[in-house]
Design a protein around this ligand. Structure first.
Ligand SMILES: C[C@](O)(CO)[C@H](O)COP(=O)(O)OP(=O)(O)OC[C@H]1O[C@@H](n2ccc(N)nc2=O)[C@H](O)[C@@H]1O
Ligand SMILES: Nc1ncnc2c1ncn2[C@@H]1O[C@H](COP(=O)(O)OP(=O)(O)OP(=O)(O)O)[C@@H](O)[C@H]1O
Length: 292
């Protein structure tokens, strides 16, 4: 029986994010096009001798509030007692719109399913995941997907692979506050013409021209108004040859898409000393990679 598992869990990027409205439990109904990127956190899981869930995460997060702990505790309370030592090494920046906490939760659910041979169906995995956070279902499966509802309705799409440059200024944004700001400052238009466009997504290959013509992030306008550095980053990405530049999630990371690696790398060397936290990465077709 496997007693140990080491994983990489990948960041999520929102290529498109539309806020449709608020549902009956106060959560926002969303339409997202998500892509996994090869920027990752590392997790190691090892069974212990009835010591419960022991987390070593090297972060400032209260251990009991860490999504890793919360996920393991949820399964321990609802399925089977969990006795695991868990080590987490974070690389994905926090409060960045890159779903780092969700990726860690996804890795934990995935690992426990394997280590404890729970044989959970995809639906059961999603049901557990959505209890922990809106991005956790996507992060379990990853790749290129439409995520709808709160984030639990997933549909595969055919999206080209690209090179990315991520720039995360030293300002974080809480998802909860970002939704509040959006509600107060923008509200809802339910733009039906864009919904029709998006329906095509499920059947067609999405290329950079489609992205340029159709994709946006509803949070972006609000954040660009609040933080002028985000505008500067966006302009810099375009000046350095990005085919498309936008904010991911509720911010504050801005991303540039490049069709070739060389242009992306030249942009990296130009911008890495101008801005804080500049990352090079590319699309990946899964959410989690087993190392051993
Ligand atoms: C904005 C996105 O990052 C886009 O990928 C996600 O939808 C947010 O996902 P997440 O970080 O996993 O969010 P959660 O931890 O579930 O929620 C944080 C807070 O954001 C608000 N929230 C989140 C998701 C959603 N669809 N509607 C919301 O109103 C809620 O106030 C919630 O308390
Ligand atoms: N393992 C974890 N990694 C990062 N944040 C965590 C983790 N566990 C709990 N959290 C909490 O989650 C919040 C930040 O999450 P995260 O870094 O995923 O934000 P984000 O990048 O803005 O994500 P999203 O795009 O999903 O909004 C903080 O309140 C933090 O305390």
């Amino acid at each position: 029986m496997t007693e140990k598992l080491q994983l990489r869990t990948y960041a999520k990027l929102n290529l498109m994010l539309r806020i449709n409205g608020i549902n009956e439990i106060g959560y926002h109904d969303l339409f997202m096009v998500n892509q996994s990127l090869d920027l990752y956190d590392y997790l190691k899981f090892e069974k212990n001798d009835k010591q419960g869930i022991v987390l070593d995460d090297g972060t400032s997060i209260d251990p009991k509030k860490n999504f890793v702990y919360k996920s393991a505790k949820y399964i321990s309370d609802n399925y089977t007692p969990i006795n695991l030592n868990i080590y987490l090494k974070k690389n994905i920046p926090m409060f960045a719109g890159l779903g780092g906490g969700s990726a860690d939760a996804a890795a934990t659910i995935f690992a426990i399913n394997r280590l404890y041979k729970l044989n959970l169906s995809n639906k059961e995995l999603i049901d557990i995941a959505k209890n922990i956070g809106a991005d956790v279902p996507f992060c379990i499966f990853g790749g290129s997907k439409i995520a709808e509802g709160v984030g639990e309705k997933l549909t595969d799409i055919n999206l080209d692979s690209y090179y990315y440059l991520l720039i995360k200024p030293n300002l974080g944004m809480s998802t909860k506050i970002a939704f509040k700001e959006y509600d107060e400052r923008v509200g809802y238009t339910n733009n039906l013409s864009s919904i029709e466009n998006i329906v095509d997504l499920k059947d067609n290959k999405i290329d950079i021209e489609f992205i340029k013509a159709n994709f946006y992030n509803d949070f972006e306008k609000v954040m660009l108004e609040s933080f002028s550095v985000l505008n500067k980053i966006k302009t810099s990405l375009y000046k350095c040859g990005a085919d498309f530049a936008q904010m991911t999630g509720s911010g504050t990371t801005m991303f540039g898409i490049f069709h070739d690696k060389k242009t992306r790398n030249v942009a990296y060397y130009k911008l890495k000393n101008r801005y804080d936290n500049v990352y090079r990465c590319q699309s990946t077709d899964k959410g989690i990679k087993i190392l051993s």
